[in-house]
Design a protein around this ligand. Structure first.
Ligand code: NDP
Ligand code: 2IT
Length: 449
């Protein structure tokens, strides 16, 4: 761990004390504070008025009961969360996650990351995150709908197009957004399209939002590779996960001439040396909602499924972790370095442990942190809000062109900031500092609130 600046150490100690046991939140805060020493040295006024302490404390945290009735008629109880982290730059904005591992610490770390990511995107949006410990796996369509309706029956009072605008995340895709938006509309008697993003195209969704996170990460890594005169063409890539982010990362990499050799879900991974057949992955995951092991069974020769084990053992040039937090450990990073990987692009939020990041950076592997590389999803959400506000809808090409230019902008902002602060090529430092400065400037302008 890097020693913290003496002005930042007490702020971190306070975060640990106040949020005891929330290890992912500590990890996310620690990484940002480690980057801020250089900023405080140059601009000590950023540490005035407890700005650092305020930026680490969510503006509001909502925890609520979500009762619902399963298909057997039994009453089930889950816990719902929304952490409205920072609204200095705009309404709270960030996804909703349904996964049994969700707790307040997880949502807090995600809301904290989201604040800096959204700032870095250059769009007028604050940071927030929500979710539930509800496990959608194996639930019927009716159970999913009833859960979403109950979740929204409480959450709707805290939302609004100018207040807080959720979207999807793990376990929440177009179907769930539809059910939640439907319940919001019913409870408020308002067709307030801008209160949710990731909506279906028939009721106010934006073209390219489904693809945006994966495409955006690929654009970011393309810019990063170009800095060293390289491209995706002919590169072997491993993408973890097989959900929304992973699927559209694979699609864009293939269109850039890269080969995807492996992808995964939480049970195991599939390797296909001929290149993953993405149409088959989409059929299995998006249509049938089955496990990735089906891929090897349906594909036959050339493809194999490995249960458990680490997908990062598969040799590749570029690694795109796109499943969940801390899925890529120090041990995995050492393996990727040993196998000659040249770049890592984080599609997921905080997928690499702190140790893994250090190993990549020490080995000279180009490393794109999630809060920069996966910002294309939320940036396109902001484009969806813009279309809703003007009651317009743009073409796929127009929206993707905006996404590509936003990702180039984020890449260049990270690279330039890293140069400016004496750490060329350090995208972690560049992203943390560039995101922080926008939030901090706005908070200073708004006064102590
Ligand atoms: P999905 O639910 O569509 O897919 C998640 C994938 O990750 C699945 O393959 C899932 O496998 C796997 N996964 C989830 N949890 C775990 C776990 N604990 N261990 C191992 N594998 C796991 O989610 P998304 O693709 O939307 O999200 C993936 C990541 O990207 C998350 O970190 C999310 O926060 C981040 N992200 C998402 C954005 C978006 O727009 N959707 C935007 C920016 C970041 P299984 O089916 O077995 O659970
Ligand atoms: O982590 C993320 O950036 C998301 N899940 C998307 C958030 C959004 O509001 O589009």
């Amino acid at each position: 761990m890097i020693q913290l600046d003496e002005k930042l150490e007490p702020a971190f100690d306070e975060v640990v004390r106040r949020n005891a046991g929330e290890l992912e939140f500590h990890q996310a805060v620690r990484e940002v504070l480690e980057s801020l020493g250089r900023v405080i040295a140059k601009r000590p006024e950023y540490a005035d008025d407890a700005l650092i302490e305020r930026i680490c404390e969510p503006e509001r945290q909502i925890i609520f009961r979500v009762p619902w009735v399963d298909d057997q008629g039994r009453v089930q109880i889950n816990r719902g969360f929304r952490v409205q982290f920072n609204s200095a730059l705009g309404p709270y904005k960030g996804g909703i996650r349904f996964h049994p591992s969700v707790n307040v610490g997880i949502i807090k770390f995600l809301g904290f990351e989201q604040t800096f990511k959204n700032a870095l995107s250059g769009m007028p949006i604050g940071g927030g995150k929500g979710g539930s410990d509800f496990n959608p796996r194996g639930r019927s369509n009716g159970e999913i709908m009833r859960f979403c309706q109950s979740f929204m029956t409480e959450l709707h009072r805290h939302l609004g197009e100018h207040t807080d605008v959720p979207a999807g995340d793990i376990g929440v895709g177009g179907r769930e957004i539809g059910y939640m938006f439907g319940q919001y509309k019913r409870l408020t008697n308002r067709f307030e399209a801008g209160v949710f993003t990731g909506k279906g195209l028939l009721y106010g969704g934006s073209c390219a939002r489904t693809e945006a996170t994966g495409y955006g990460n690929t654009y970011f890594v393309q810019s990063m590779l170009a800095m060293r005169g390289q491209s995706f063409d002919g590169k072997k890539c491993v993408v973890s996960g097989a959900g929304n982010v992973a699927i559209y990362t694979m699609e864009k990499i293939q269109s850039f001439g890269g080969t995807i050799v492996a992808c995964s879900d939480s049970n195991g991974y599939v390797v296909d040396e001929n290149g993953i057949d993405l149409a088959l992955v989409k059929e299995i995951k998006e249509v049938r909602r089955e496990r990735i092991s089906e891929y090897a069974r349906m594909k036959g020769a050339g493809a194999h499924y490995i249960e458990k084990g680490s997908i990062w053992d598969v040799p590749c040039d570029v690694a795109m972790p796109s499943a969940t937090q801390n899925e890529l450990t120090g041990r995995d990073a050492r393996m990727l370095v040993k196998n000659g990987a040249v770049a890592v692009g984080e599609g997921a939020n905080m997928p690499s442990t702190s140790e893994a990041i250090r190993i990549f950076q020490d080995a000279g592997v180009m490393f794109a942190p999630g809060k920069a590389a996966n910002a294309g999803g939320v940036a396109t959400s902001a484009l969806e809000m813009q279309q809703n506000a003007s009651r317009d809808s743009w073409t796929f090409e127009q929206t993707e062109a905006r996404l590509a230019s936003i990702m180039r902008g984020i890449h260049d902002r990270c690279a330039t900031t890293a140069d400016e602060y004496g750490a060329p090529g350090d995208y972690v430092l560049g992203a943390n500092i560039a995101g922080f400065i926008r939030v901090a400037e706005s908070m200073r302008a708004l006064g102590v609130i």
